[in-house]
Ligand binder design. Structure first.
Ligand code: NDP
Length: 249
């Protein structure tokens, strides 16, 4: 079994593109929707040739863009609804407690990583509910209907130990807010059997993670996708490493 459809945000580079490449290897997925801010500039994404792949524009910070995406996705998935919404797009604008005060920088981290991701998720709830009803089954399953958020261990208050503390303050705050949204949504959406899980992909070599990061994109995203495909009841509302071990809040 595999989910019928998967939508990935920020799929033009980094972890989003890596996740898409892994999902393209999964037989049984009928529709993959890759979003990026400007498809005309997404060279690597455009080189991926697969009849299941749809590339659509999305700026998650723009409500009009979110609404247009929803209209296009509805046309693609129709009465089947959307099985998996994978919220990957994110930013890391450095912010340091001892640095200059900058309300705009702090709010931008929170806007994109938490608020925009939450608004996008809300927009897609009707399509996720449709999928949950249509696919049926008992309880929660990635093959029924699911929201998968790419969060970060940085969001764990318990794990703040001084590692990378300096510039990550606003990023940490934003991902904690995203986790808080996910946990609340997991309770509110339980009645529809829409699974919601937050993951840390690990420290990965991307533009955000930098070249000193521990993991290659291919390795990290392969393990992540393998585990995403097993999500079920036990993972609803959870905050996990990509190997499915629990991250403390
Ligand atoms: P990158 O900076 O390499 O890629 C970020 C992606 O998000 C790009 O596709 C970017 O699009 C997109 N994006 C950013 N803002 C918006 C927006 N407003 N609207 C639409 N798309 C947007 O980061 P990674 O691939 O490393 O990160 C992916 C996710 O993984 C993020 O949520 C990040 O927080 C998380 N993460 C990453 C870790 C790492 O070590 N790399 C560790 C833990 C978590 P564009 O090209 O247009 O800018």
């Amino acid at each position: 079994m595999a989910p019928k459809s998967v939508l990935i945000t920020g799929a033009n580079r980094g972890i989003g593109l890596g996740l898409l490449k892994q999902f393209l290897k999964v037989e049984g997925i009928q529709t993959l929707i890759a979003t990026c801010r400007d498809p005309s500039k997404a060279e690597e994404l455009n080189q991926l040739k697969d009849s299941r792949l749809h590339i659509l524009p999305l700026n998650i910070d723009c409500d009009e863009s979110i609404s247009k995406l929803h209209t296009e996705v509805e046309k693609i998935v129709g009465e089947d609804g959307l099985t998996v919404l994978l919220n990957n797009a994110g930013i890391l604008l450095p912010y340091d407690v001892e640095g200059e005060k900058n309300r705009r920088t702090m709010l931008k981290n929170i806007e994109t990583n938490a608020v925009s991701t939450a608004i996008l998720t809300q927009e897609f709830l009707p399509l996720l509910k449709k999928a949950a009803e249509k696919n049926g089954g008992n309880g929660f399953s990635i093959n029924r209907a699911a929201i998968v958020n790419i969060s970060s261990t940085a969001a764990s208050v318990e794990k703040i130990d001084g590692t990378f503390n300096g510039p990550l303050v606003a990023y940490r705050m934003s991902k904690s807010a995203l986790n808080s949204f996910a946990k609340s949504a997991s309770i509110d959406l339980a009645k529809y059997h829409i699974l919601i899980t937050s993951f840390c992909p690990g420290w990965v070599k991307t533009d955000m993670g930098g070249e000193n990061a521990m993991y290659e994109i291919d390795d990290a995203t392969k393990e992540l996708v393998d585990n995403i495909l097993t999500l079920g009841d036990a993972h609803h509302g959870a905050y996990l490493n990509r190997d499915l071990t629990v991250i403390p809040n």
